[in-house]
Design a protein around this ligand. Structure first.
Ligand SMILES: CC[C@@H](C(=O)O)C(=O)SCCNC(=O)CCNC(=O)[C@H](O)C(C)(C)COP(=O)(O)OP(=O)(O)OC[C@H]1O[C@@H](n2cnc3c(N)ncnc32)[C@H](O)[C@@H]1OP(=O)(O)O
Ligand SMILES: [Co+2]
Length: 136
C-alpha cells in the first residue's frame, strides 16, 4: 500500500544552479547527487521531512527529463508515492485501469525500485511509485 509521499521532483535545466538555490537560498540539507543510469537521470535530494525534494536533470543530455525540458523548460515534474509492496500496488492499480510506463519496476535512486503511471491516468499528473531498498 502507499505509505508516504516519498518525494516531490522538480526538473531543472541548470543542475548546479538549482542545487545552490535549494542549499544556499532555501537552506535545505543537501543529501548529494546520484546519476541513475537506467533512468538516464541525474538526481539531487534534499530531505525535508516527512518528504524530500528531488531535483532531476538529464544524464549526459539524454532521457525523459531532456524531452521535458525541451518542451516545457523547468518545472514540477512528478510526485513519488512510497509503497511497502510495489508489485502488489502495480497489480492493484493495473486492475483499476491505470496505464504504467514500464512492464515492471526499474532501478531508481538510492537502490529503490520505481515505476511511473502515465499522466493521462491521473488528471495530468505524473505519478511515480517507489519501494526503497530497505523495504525490498
Ligand atoms: C532517478 C530515478 C527516479 C527516482 O528514483 O526518483 C526518477 O524520478 S526518474 C525521473 C525521470 N523519468 C521519468 O520521468 C520516466 C517517466 N516519464 C516518461 O516515461 C515520459 O516522460 C512521459 C511522461 C511518458 C512523457 O513522455 P514524452 O515523450 O515527453 O511524451 P509527450 O511529451 O508526448 O507527453 C505525453 C503527455 O504527457 C504530458 N507530460 C509529459 N511529462 C509530464 C509530466 N512530467 N507531468 C505531467 N504531464 C507530463 C505531456 O504534456 C503530454 O500531454 P498531452 O500534450 O496532453 O498529450
Ligand atoms: Co523521482
Amino acid at each position: 500500500m502507499i505509505t508516504a509521499l516519498d518525494h516531490i521532483a522538480i526538473a531543472v535545466p541548470d543542475f548546479e544552479k538549482a542545487i545552490k538555490r535549494f542549499m544556499e537560498d532555501f537552506g535545505l540539507t543537501f543529501d548529494g547527487t546520484e546519476d541513475v543510469v537506467p533512468a538516464r537521470t541525474s538526481t539531487a535530494f534534499f530531505p525535508l521531512p516527512p518528504t524530500s525534494i528531488e531535483l532531476v536533470h538529464p544524464l549526459n543530455g539524454e532521457g525523459p527529463i531532456a524531452g521535458y525540458l525541451e518542451k516545457k523548460g523547468g518545472g514540477l515534474h512528478h510526485l513519488c508515492f512510497r509503497s511497502d509492496n510495489i508489485e502488489e500496488d502495480v497489480e492493484r492499480l493495473k486492475a483499476k485501469g491505470y496505464q504504467f510506463l514500464a512492464d515492471a519496476p526499474t532501478p531508481g535512486a538510492h537502490g529503490s525500485k520505481v515505476i511511473f503511471i502515465h499522466p493521462r491516468s491521473c488528471d495530468g499528473v505524473l505519478i511515480e511509485i517507489n519501494q526503497p531498498a530497505d523495504e525490498h
